[in-house]
Design a protein around this ligand. Structure first.
Ligand SMILES: [Zn+2]
Ligand SMILES: [Zn+2]
Length: 208
């Protein structure tokens, strides 16, 4: 199953220009099997997802992108709406209790332009980032990042033995499915998505 794990829609994500209806249309045109709605600090209500899906074959799953003191985290299987900023450790405890799954989103976004870039951040140094102790996986393919930024994430994930996911991080219709996650098994609902994530039966794939 080809699933875009990282999508922002308007108006739930203020930064997005992607209307949920247009998302559905484009996802079907691209023949995706599933999409994940990962707004910033907002979880979709099940009734609203139901309404959006209109019994179409395309599966819609809910996630959430939390901002923490150590970076953005994609969370699945955790449906609490938390508005205040949590530390990564606090979020980890909440999500673990719920049996959810945490992915470090775009972990090396802008690493070349930040100060660390000038020091020629090595993969070894990048691996020591504290946040990687608190996540289950790392986004190794993010549609908004450069190949170089994604490559750094891929190499760090491999070295740390963390699974790697792919998602577009789309905020516009033409950005959907630039990266996807391909799952080995059929996934019918959110519980199965979380189970397959925990089982690690997936691969990040770049599409164009
Ligand atoms: Zn983000
Ligand atoms: Zn995002």
């Amino acid at each position: 199953m080809r699933i875009d794990l990282h999508i922002h829609t308007s108006p739930r994500s203020a930064c997005s220009h992607l209307n949920p209806g247009d998302l559905m249309q484009e996802a079907q045109r691209l023949e995706l099997d599933g999409i994940c709605l990962t707004e910033h600090q907002v979880v979709w209500e099940p009734g609203d997802v139901e309404e959006l899906s209109q019994k179409k074959a395309l599966k819609i799953f809910r996630g959430n992108e939390f901002t923490t003191n150590q970076g953005d985290i994609l969370v699945f299987g955790f449906y609490k709406d938390i508005k205040e900023l949590l530390t990564l450790q606090e979020l980890r405890e909440e999500v673990q209790t719920a049996g959810g799954y945490m992915i470090a989103a775009h972990p090396f976004r802008g690493f070349k332009t930040f100060g660390i870039g000038q020091l020629q951040l090595t993969v070894e140094q990048a691996c020591t980032r504290k946040m990687f102790e608190f996540v289950d996986a790392m986004e190794i393919g993010n549609g908004k990042l450069s190949d170089e930024e994604n490559k750094m994430a891929r190499e760090v994930a491999a070295k740390l033995g963390l699974p790697g996911t792919g998602g577009s991080d789309a905020h516009r219709v033409d950005e959907i499915a630039k990266w996807v996650t391909v799952f080995e098994k059929d996934i019918r609902n959110e519980d199965e998505l979380v189970a397959e994530l925990h089982a690690g039966r997936f691969t990040a794939v770049k599409e164009d």
